[in-house]
Write a protein that binds this ligand. Sequence first.
Ligand SMILES: [Zn+2]
Length: 187
Amino acid sequence: MRIKHGDIVIPGDILGTIEEWELGENVYEFNGEIISLITGYIYIDRSERKISVKKVKNKPLIPKKGDIIKAIVNNVRSDFAQLGIFEVNGEEIYGKRFSSILHIINARHNRSETLHDLIKAGDIIEARVLNSIVPYQLTIKEPELGVILALCVDCRSPLRRIGKNQLFCKKCGLIGKRRVSINYIFG
Ligand SMILES: [Zn+2]
C-alpha cells in the first residue's frame, strides 16, 4: 500500500526509500528503505521532501496479542495465507490494513486438511492475534473463529451456510468448503 500523509504506522513499517524521501523524525534507514521507529501518523513535508512519523496523544488502534480481529484473505498458499486486518476488537481501523499471516498449524484440525480447504482469497475471517509485532500471526482454532463471510468463486454472490464447514451458492448451486465460524453472517 502506498504511504500517504496521515496514515497510521507502527514500528518496522516501511515508509519508502531514500531515493524518494529525506529522513525526518522517528524514522531510520536500512538497506535504502525508510522504516518507522514508533507508532504514530505519517507526516510528509513536501517542500523538503521529508518524511516523519509523529507521535499521537491518543494511541491509534493497533492489534496486539490476544485481540480478536477481522481480516480479508489476500492470498492462500499451501502452508500459509496473507491477510489484511481491518478491525480490532469490533472497532474499524481507518487508513491502514495491518499485514498478517495465518499458518496452517494455526488453522487445521487434522493433517489431511490443506489451507485451501479452509479459507480462500476474498474471504472475511475472524481470528485471534498471537503476537504484537508485524507481520501479525493469527489463529482460527476456536469455534467462534474462522470464515464469517465468503463469496462464490464463480458468481461472487455471498455464500450461505448449509452445514458445519459447508457453504452453498443459491445462484449457481456451487458448494464451497471452508473453516466456518459459528458467527458466519449468512446462516
Ligand atoms: Zn455462485
